[in-house]
Design a protein around this ligand. Structure first.
Ligand code: BEZ
Length: 280
C-alpha cells in the first residue's frame, strides 16, 4: 500500500479473497475496548468495515480511518459515511504519518486510541519507516492514550511467502531481487517490544498467536485469489503475460502443504502479533 505504486486494492477482490481479515478480530477489539467517548485513529483502515464498527462503539466519540489506497477509501466513504456522523476517512499513506501529523496539527496529540489491524506489516516494510511510524502513533495519542494493533508476526504466511519468492526465481528473477520484492515486514514480539519502548511507549501486552486461516471457496478467491491480491507486488516482478503462470506455480507448489486431507479445505499459516502500548 505504498504511495506512487499501482493501487491493487479493490473492495471486491478483498471480500472475495480475504473476507476473514476484518472478521477475525475479536481479540484485538477486546484489547481496544472502546469507550463511548473515545477518539480513535485507525491506521491502514482498508475498506472501512472494521472502522465503521469502531464508530458504532463510540457514539459520543469520533473515528478517523486513514489508508493509502484511493479505491479502498472511496469504498469506505460510500459504504459507511451516511450511517455514521462520527466517522471520517482520508487518503493517507501511513508510511508518511509523521509528515501528516506535522501538516495537520488537529490530528497530533488528539487521540485516545490509535488502532491498526492487518496493516502495519505493509506500512512498516521499509526499514526507514519502522521507527517513524511507531513514533508517529505515539505523537498522535493524548497522554494516557493507548496504541492497540494486530499485524503479521515473524513466520507469518511463511509457506506462501517462500513459494512467491520461488515463483519469481523460477521465472529468472535473481533470488535477492525476489526477496526484496516482498511487500511485508513480519517482526518478532521481541523486536516490537524493544521498538515500542524506544519511542516512549509502556508496553502492556506484546504477544504472538499461530492462527491458521482458511482460504475462501469463492470463485476468484481461494489460494489463487489471495496470491493475486496480497502478492501483487511480487507478481509485478514478472512479465504481465506470465503473471498467471507464477500464481499457478505457487498453488501447485503448495497443494499438499496447505490442503487438509479430511475435507480438501485450504489453510495458510497466519501468525498474529498483537500489542497494547500506553503513552503515559
Ligand atoms: C496478514 O494479515 O497477516 C497478511 C495479509 C496479507 C498478506 C500478508 C499478511
Amino acid at each position: 500500500m505504498a504511495a506512487k505504486r499501482p493501487d491493487h486494492w479493490t473492495s471486491k477482490a478483498y471480500t472475495t479473497s480475504a473476507p476473514f481479515v476484518p472478521r477475525l478480530t475479536s481479540t484485538v477489539l477486546s484489547y481496544l475496548s472502546p469507550k463511548p467517548t473515545d477518539h480513535i485513529l485507525d491506521l491502514g483502515c482498508g475498506d472501512g468495515v472494521l472502522t465503521s464498527q469502531l464508530a458504532s462503539s463510540v457514539p459520543s466519540g469520533r473515528v478517523l480511518g486513514l489508508d493509502a489506497s484511493p479505491s479502498m477509501i472511496e469504498t469506505a466513504r460510500s459504504s459507511y459515511l451516511a450511517h455514521h456522523p462520527n466517522l471520517e476517512f482520508r487518503i493517507q499513506d501511513c508510511t508518511r504519518l509523521v509528515e501528516a501529523l506535522a501538516s495537520h496539527p488537529e490530528l497530533d496529540g488528539q487521540w485516545d486510541k490509535v488502532f491498526s489491524n492487518a496493516a502495519l506489516h505493509w506500512i512498516m516494510r521499509a526499514p526507514a519507516t519502522r521507527e517513524s511510524v511507531l513514533a508517529a502513533a505515539y505523537a498522535a495519542l493524548k497522554r494516557g492514550g493507548t496504541f492497540v494493533f494486530e499485524m503479521g508476526g515473524a513466520g507469518n504466511v511463511a509457506e506462501v511467502h517462500t513459494a512467491l519468492i520461488a515463483a519469481l526465481v523460477a521465472q529468472g528473477v535473481p533470488v535477492l531481487e525476489a526477496r526484496e520484492a516482498s511487500p511485508w515486514f513480519f517482526p518478532s514480539e521481541d523486536w516490537m517490544r524493544t521498538e515500542l519502548e524506544k519511542v516512549g511507549f509502556t508496553v502492556e501486552k506484546c504477544e504472538v498467536e499461530y492462527r491458521p486461516t482458511r482460504m475462501t471457496d469463492e470463485k476468484g478467491g481461494g489460494l489463487a485469489g489471495w496470491v493475486r491480491l496480497m502478492g501483487a507486488e511480487f507478481l509485478e516482478k514478472v512479465e504481465e503475460e506470465r503473471s498467471e503462470e507464477a500464481v499457478g506455480f505457487v498453488c501447485e507448489l503448495l497443494e499438499s502443504v496447505v490442503t487438509r486431507e479430511e475435507d480438501g479445505s485450504v489453510w495458510i499459516g497466519y501468525v498474529r502479533l498483537r500489542a497494547v502500548a500506553k503513552k503515559l
